[in-house]
Design a protein around this ligand. Sequence first.
Ligand code: GLU
Length: 276
Amino acid sequence: MENIRERLKYCTRIVVKVGTSTLTYDTGKLNLQRIERLVRVLSDFKNQGKDVILVTSGAISVGAAKLGPLHPPTSIAEKQAMAAIGQGILMHVYGKIFGEYGQTTAQVLLTKDIVDNLHTRKNACNTLNTLLSMNVIPVVNENDTVATEEIEFGDNDTLSAIVAALVDASLLILLSDIDGLYTCDPHRHDGAVLIPEVYDIDVHIESIADDKGTERGTGGMRTKIMAAKIAGGYGIPMAIINGNEPHNIYELIEGKDIGTVFIPDKNGKKESNAIC
Ligand code: GLU
């Protein structure tokens, strides 16, 4: 059987998704030390000539933390307002740190209705691909400020898989607060074993994913498996690795046995920009 991990070395277009729990402390504020390390790794990949797209969460958490503990969001409108505050802070920090490594970033905010509509999906595709051709790092989030139930992705795991399809990525990496997909929840079962590769997302794989996200984020293993299905349908491999140490991305790309890699569907629609 072809060694999928060896193939990861040759990935030229990588989408990296980082979640709220990896980006922030329990205070809700940004973990700048970790962000610095992540930005440094991603900038290094850019310097190697790879295209990098960052899908980031954290807007609501950072916005809420900025207002202080007296203002926990209690309604959708308040969450949307906090996302508007936090998204600006996120972009400022990314722009500053990526800038220190000589990189240019661009904010791209999407909602599900944009991707569902052929015309606006093409626009999103064109913008993302044009940014990449300009050597820019697109920093993508859901447009939480306007997203309501009918038009939202709801979690950035799903969004990242759609973005991977939009840019015809060669690899999607989900940075998690856990080492990968386990046979059962490692927080609750001592005997949980990491699954290194998933070749088929069958009922068994689906059944071992619980749907609980973290307190400040929204995604759990269920949304990650959903993302793997979407990406795999476009022929894109997906990896879940622990994002607490962003250096792990090097290990993954070097073919080391780290995290869980989902092998894409061989019959996936691997035509260039098949989704657009
Ligand atoms: N778009 C949300 C944010 O930036 C994502 C929340 C999450 O999934 O962690 O806050």
